[in-house]
Design a protein around this ligand. Structure first.
Ligand SMILES: *Cc1c(COP(=O)(O)O)cnc(C)c1O
Length: 240
């Protein structure tokens, strides 16, 4: 077994134990493998070990990597954009990704909607909420997140799937749980504000290597794990 395969198994075990601890069905928590800064070989290695969902932060790096990975004819993988999206990168996101987790502006949402190619299914999107930070942090406070969600729900080439949050690291489980519960409350507030006809709002993207247990206990349905699978990140990737 490769290191990546062993790490993946260890993370799956952590997810299963966390689900047992807070009485959740382990099938209700998906694992997103965050492969930023790692190469196509690492993605293929994880795919070989059964991983299908991959998360990337840097859009140009990701698109190059997707092409390299595709040359090896892996099973069908899903690619999630979990990094900030500038206006000049929306086209790449619309054309290459299956999901975008970091919507926090109507302008970006409209561009993604307009640029999503007709032959692809709607881009699956989450609204990024800020539950612990000041105005400089990405993500929206709850009232703005609710307003954006109502707009996004009307865009035909986007499918609004949920909320995501990246709280700052906290040292212990109780502190992590308290902050993750705010993200869960934001998710619930958005869900309650959507029209009854809106279906598929089912994803709370929450939790990373260091805090996935607390995130799962707060209701995360998708944990984003990088270093726990691929190891420590060593170089700053190119901008973009
Ligand atoms: C890098 C990153 C992760 C993964 O972080 P690890 O601590 O390596 O698990 C998860 N989510 C986002 C948004 C990230 O940028």
């Amino acid at each position: 077994m490769t290191t990546i395969a062993a790490n993946l198994q260890a993370i799956r075990d952590r997810i299963a134990r966390a689900c047992a601890m807070c009485a959740r069905n382990p099938d209700s928590v998906a694992l997103l493998a965050v492969s930023k800064t790692f190469g196509a070989d690492a993605v293929l290695n994880a795919a070989q070990a059964g991983q299908r969902l991959f998360g990337e932060n840097y859009i140009q790096e990701a698109v190059r990597k997707m092409a390299d990975v595709a040359l090896q004819h892996p099973p069908r993988l899903a690619w999630h954009c979990i990094g900030p999206i500038q206006s000049n990168k929306t086209q790449l996101v619309a054309e290459h990704f299956d999901w975008a987790h970091t919507l926090d502006r109507a302008k970006i949402a409209r561009r993604l909607n307009d640029q999503r190619p007709p032959h692809l299914p709607p881009l699956q999107v989450c609204i990024q909420v800020n539950v612990d930070g000041g105005a400089t942090k990405s993500g929206l406070p709850v009232p703005e997140a609710v307003a954006l969600a109502r707009e996004v729900a009307q865009l035909p080439r986007l499918q609004l799937r949920g909320a995501m949050s990246i709280p700052d690291p906290l040292p212990d489980f109780d502190a992590q749980l308290a902050i993750h519960q705010r993200a869960r409350a934001a998710f619930d507030a958005i869900a309650a504000a959507l029209p009854a006809s809106h279906t598929g709002f089912d994803t709370l993207s929450l939790g990373m290597t260091a805090d996935l247990e607390a995130a799962i206990c707060a209701g995360s349905t998708l944990v984003r794990v990088g270093s726990g699978i691929f190891g420590a990140r060593h170089y700053p990737p190119p901008a973009g």
